[in-house]
Design a protein around this ligand. Structure first.
Ligand SMILES: C[S@@+](CC[C@H](N)C(=O)[O-])C[C@H]1O[C@@H](n2cnc3c(N)ncnc32)[C@H](O)[C@@H]1O
Length: 187
């Protein structure tokens, strides 16, 4: 594999969401999985390892190690080309970049769907309505804003948070029947 400075930085640093990505990916016990990420990396600043998250690199690491596919979509072609640059020189035969509204791509082919697109809370409700929550795992970023309506219609969610910030993430797991809040102190 050729050099990629973003992956190198990613692997040598800690992100505030790492623990939650690990918890989510551990659900699949190293089996090959198909992942859909809605909302692509829109900045290559190293700060964005913390900011937006560069989440695609977490998913990429998983499928490189265990097999599977990663589909990354965004309605904004600029975010898709930025995200393609994030993957420069990496082996991407199992990674697809698609300019599209994420809602249109949701189907049961995906084992894990990451919702990190629109800021309109109605959109996360529509996306969750289209997902088979009895089979598919869904991780949502910015659950305190993008997910503020989702919790009303789909309340069986594990909410992850931080003591020192209002940022929340939501994790939907099949057969998970109660809402729980994990407050993690992450520095
Ligand atoms: C916060 S960024 C995603 C960050 C990325 N997941 C990361 O970890 O770095 C949000 C992106 O979602 C895109 N977006 C907004 N609505 C969308 C939709 N309906 N479908 C797909 N992408 C959407 C925006 O264009 C923007 O690029």
């Amino acid at each position: 594999m050729s050099h990629n400075k973003y992956l190198e930085y990613f692997l040598n640093s800690r992100g505030n969401r790492d623990l939650i990505f690990n918890d989510t990916l551990n659900i699949f016990q190293s089996k090959p999985i198909n992942i859909l990420e809605i909302g692509a990396a829109r900045s290559l600043d190293f700060y964005n390892r913390q900011g937006d998250g560069w989440s695609s690199l977490h998913y990429y690491q998983y499928i490189i190690k265990n097999g599977g596919t990663l589909t990354i979509c965004d309605i904004d072609p600029k975010s898709i080309s930025t995200c393609q640059e994030l993957f420069a020189n990496l082996e991407t035969s199992n990674v697809k970049f698609v300019v599209e509204d994420g809602l249109k791509l949701i189907n049961e082919h995906y084992d894990l769907i990451y919702l990190d697109g629109s800021d309109d809370p109605n959109d996360m409700v529509l996306q969750l309505n289209a997902i088979n929550l009895s089979k598919q795992v869904v991780l949502c970023d910015d659950f305190h804003t993008k997910g503020s309506l989702a919790i009303k219609y789909h309340p069986n969610v594990i909410i992850y948070g931080w003591r020192d910030s209002g940022h929340r993430m939501g994790l939907y797991r099949p057969n998970y029947l109660r809402s729980e809040i994990y407050i993690k102190q992450i520095q």
